[in-house]
Design a protein around this ligand. Structure first.
Ligand SMILES: NC(=O)c1ccc[n+]([C@@H]2O[C@H](COP(=O)([O-])OP(=O)(O)OC[C@H]3O[C@@H](n4cnc5c(N)ncnc54)[C@H](OP(=O)(O)O)[C@@H]3O)[C@@H](O)[C@H]2O)c1
Length: 266
C-alpha cells in the first residue's frame, strides 16, 4: 500500500485528550476495540489495508472515528500514515492489533514465506509503528500508552505453531523490554495476551481460506472468547489512571486451560 492510497480525512477537530490509533481495525479484535474505545469517549484513528472495511467501520462510528489505509509491513506506507495522524493532533494511545498466523505446519516442513510473513507483520510491523509513534505518545498530556495484543501463543508454544509462537514471543519480549527501557518516562506499556478468540478471519487466514479447518479450531468449544471480550480488556486497561500500568493481561475462555487443554462438547 502506498502513501497515495491513504484516503481518510482526519477530522480537524479531534480532541487531544483521548485520541487513539488502532492497527488492524478492519476486522476482529481491532474493529471491536475501535468500537469499545469510541463508546468510552475516545477519538480513534483506524488503520489497516482494506479501505472498504475501514470506511464502513468509520461510517458506523461517526465523527469520533477516522481511518488511514496503511500496511505496517511497508515503511513508506507507515511513515505516510504517521505523518497524517500526527498532523491531526496529539495521540494518547497506540493499540497494536494488526497481526496474523500463517500456516500450522511442523518446523520440519514449514514454509519460510509463512514464517517471514509473520515476522514482518507481528514483530517488525508492530516495532515499526511503535517506534514512529512513541515520541508523540510520550508528549501527550498526562503521558501515552503503547498497547500490544500478543497471544498466549507467546507464553506456551505448541506443535505446528512454532512460527506464530516465535513471532508472538518476540512481540511480548518487545513490549516487556520497552516497558523496562521507558521506566521514568511518561508512557505505559500494556501487553494483552488472548487465548482462543473466535473472530471471522483469523483462522481462515491461517489455513489459507479453508473454512472447514478454520471451523475445527472452535468446534465444540462452549463460548470461545469474542472480539468484544478482548476489546473490553483494551478499554479497561486504557481507562486506568495514567500512572497505573496494567503490565499484562492473560485472558482465555473458561473452557481453555492451555492451547492443548481445551474442553469440547462432542
Ligand atoms: N483470534 C485469536 O484467536 C487471537 C488470539 C490471540 C491473539 N490474537 C491476535 O490478535 C490480533 C488480531 O487478531 P484477530 O483475531 O482480530 O484477526 P483478524 O480479524 O484477522 O485481524 C487482523 C487485522 O490485522 C490487519 N492487518 C493484517 N496485515 C496487515 C498489514 N500488513 N498492515 C496493517 N494491518 C494489517 C487486518 O486488516 P487488513 O487485512 O485490512 O490489513 C486485520 O484488521 C492479531 O495480532 C492476533 O495475532 C488473536
Amino acid at each position: 500500500m502506498t502513501a497515495s492510497q491513504d484516503s481518510a480525512t482526519i477530522a480537524a477537530s479531534e480532541p487531544a485528550a483521548k485520541r487513539a490509533v488502532v492497527t488492524g481495525a478492519s476486522s476482529g479484535i481491532g474493529a471491536a476495540s475501535a468500537r469499545a474505545l469510541v463508546k468510552d469517549g475516545w477519538t480513534v484513528v483506524c488503520l489497516a489495508r482494506r479501505e472498504a472495511k475501514l470506511k464502513a467501520l468509520c461510517d458506523e462510528l461517526g465523527d469520533a472515528a477516522s481511518y488511514v489505509v496503511c500496511d505496517i509491513t511497508d515503511e513508506t506506507s507507515t511513515q505516510a500514515a504517521i505523518d497524517r495522524i500526527i498532523a491531526g493532533g496529539p495521540v494518547k494511545a497506540l493499540v497494536n492489533c494488526a497481526g496474523a498466523a500463517f500456516g500450522k505446519d511442523p518446523v520440519a516442513t514449514a514454509s519460510l514465506d509463512d514464517w517471514r510473513g509473520m515476522y514482518e507483520l507481528n514483530v517488525l510491523g508492530t516495532l515499526r509503528i511503535t517506534q514512529k509513534l512513541l515520541p508523540t505518545l510520550k508528549a501527550a498530556p498526562g503521558g501515552g500508552t503503547v498497547l500490544v495484543i500478543s497471544s498466549t501463543a507467546g507464553i506456551e508454544p505448541y506443535e505446528g505453531g512454532a512460527g506464530y509462537c516465535a513471532s508472538k514471543f518476540a512481540e511480548k519480549v518487545m513490549a516487556r523490554v520497552l516497558r523496562l527501557e521507558q521506566i521514568g518516562e511518561p508512557v505505559r506499556v500494556i501487553d494483552i495476551a488472548p487465548g482462543m478468540v473466535e473472530t471471522d478471519e483469523f483462522s481462515l487466514k491461517r489455513f489459507g481460506g479453508d473454512a472447514a479447518k478454520a471451523a475445527a479450531v472452535y468446534a465444540g468449544v462452549p463460548s470461545p472468547l469474542k472480539a468484544e471480550d478482548i476489546a473490553e480488556c483494551v478499554r479497561w486497561a486504557l481507562a486506568q489512571p495514567d500512572t497505573v500500568d496494567v503490565d499484562s493481561i492473560v485472558v482465555r475462555p473458561r473452557a481453555e486451560g492451555s492451547y492443548t487443554k481445551v474442553y469440547r462438547e462432542r
